[in-house]
Design a protein around this ligand. Structure first.
Ligand code: ADP
Length: 397
């Protein structure tokens, strides 16, 4: 039995999960949030007990050291030698990384060199990796990239219709995101419908705070709705999704904003939050939808954009066998799944509303036996996918 740490470092947070392999049992999990602020928040869940405390966590390096110290002090592990491998989610893998990779000094330098594609994430992730390499010498460290699953996109789907040189010179193309989630969910959905993934025309809708859809053909990502960055595609919690690029320049001028300020508005003050003026959280909007016009329009637009992408991707796939919902909203919000599927009658999609209502954070087929498209809920598990990659690449028994 081996213990694997799966690490998900964001710009100001570090989430972790300790997973026993091959049983895939979660031994403990936790997070350090508000890294770099005056007072950080540290959460741990182990042995069914949840603890929370506040303490300064100046850097990601400190977060790693505190985590390792805590794991031994609270006897979650007896000593570091029990950690057989560490897997790190890395947001941007550019065109360099087509799959998860064992980390050495060269790989780490490449992750750092991709910082301009994910300025808030890659440097924080690289710092976390360095801290683990120093604290656990000889333990395999594996990088699992959000983008690598989408490196199979054909040029027709990853190129923008802008001068071709910008792609060659600056890597200006679609990279996509949520790749680890898609890899896990698509494999699991194929197992659940009992057919090889390579035989299925599948669309996965990852509906969380960040929202994207992926068209899967021949077992590979064929098109995906996020773009050069995770700002593109459908309406999200706080991100705009697709808009006319000219509107950016127009609003910058009207509001006298810098490019950075405008980009920040499109990332953090738009989407469901910007439209409703109430919340980025779908639960709040569904609760207010009947009494608040703007909550209603936000939810309507959210659903409409998903329906548009499903239509476009079905056309690109030349048909659809399997539609899968995942992530916070996809796993928990039956009304959203139902309303999306009501607009897909033309594809022969038929939901079993009772099964749909019953599916809450659980794996479930929610379409009727007559439905031409199998519709499923599959809770995503990026950390488990990371742990599996560590076991495989680290040749861990
Ligand atoms: P992230 O992209 O940050 O990982 P999540 O996948 O947790 O986000 O999704 C957040 C969204 O999912 C929110 O809009 C929230 O309303 C919805 N959501 C999350 N958990 C639940 C739940 N248990 N029940 C209903 N909706 C949920």
């Amino acid at each position: 039995m081996s213990k694997i740490l799966a690490i998900n470092a964001g710009s100001s947070s570090l989430k972790w999960r300790l997973i026993e392999m091959p049983t895939e049992k979660v031994i403990a999990k936790g997070s350090a949030e508000r890294i770099g602020q005056k007072l950080g928040k540290i959460k741990v869940v182990a042995n069914g007990e949840k603890t929370e405390r506040e303490s300064p966590v100046p850097t990601h390096h400190d977060a790693v050291e505190m985590l390792l110290k805590m794991l031994t002090e609270s006897k979650i592990i007896n000593d570091f030698s029990e950690i057989a491998g560490v897997g790190h989610r890395v947001v941007a893998g550019g065109e360099i990384f087509h799959q998860s990779t064992l980390i050495d000094e060269e790989v780490l330098t490449q992750i750092e060199s991709l910082a301009e594609y994910a300025p808030l994430h890659n440097p924080a992730e690289a710092e976390g990796i360095r801290a683990f390499m120093a604290a656990l010498p000889g333990v395999p460290e594996v990088a699992v990239f959000d983008t690598s699953f989408h490196q199979t996109l054909p040029a027709v789907n990853y190129l923008y219709s802008i001068p071709y040189d910008y792609y060659k010179q600056f890597g200006a193309r679609k990279y996509g995101a949520h790749g680890t989630s898609y890899r896990y969910v698509s494999q699991r959905a194929a197992e659940l419908v009992g057919q090889p993934l390579s035989d299925l025309k599948m669309i996965v809708a990852h509906l969380g705070n960040g929202v994207s859809l992926d068209a899967i053909k021949d077992g590979q990502s064929y098109n995906t709705s996020m773009g050069f960055t995770p700002l593109a595609g459908v309406t999200m919690g706080t991100r705009s999704g697709d808009i006319d690029a000219s509107l950016v320049a127009f609003l910058e001028e009207k509001l006298e904003l810098s490019v950075e300020q405008m980009t920040d508005i499109l990332n953090t003050k738009s989407g469901l939050l910007g439209l409703s003026g109430i919340s980025s959280d779908m639960r709040d909007l569904l609760a207010k939808e009947t009494t608040d016009e703007r909550a209603k329009i936000a939810v309507d637009i959210f659903i409409d954009r998903i329906v548009q992408y499903i239509g476009a991707y079905t056309a690109q796939l030349n048909g659809l066998d399997t539609l899968v919902f995942t992530a916070g909203i996809g796993e928990n919000e039956a009304p959203i799944r139902s309303r999306v599927c009501q607009s897909l009658g033309y594809l022969g999609v038929e939901l079993d509303e009772n099964l749909n209502k019953a599916a809450r954070g659980t794996e479930q087929l929610i379409s009727t036996p007559q439905s031409k498209v199998k519709v499923l809920v599959v809770p995503t598990d990026e950390e488990l996918m990371i742990a599996r990659d560590v076991v495989e690449l680290g040749k861990i028994k």
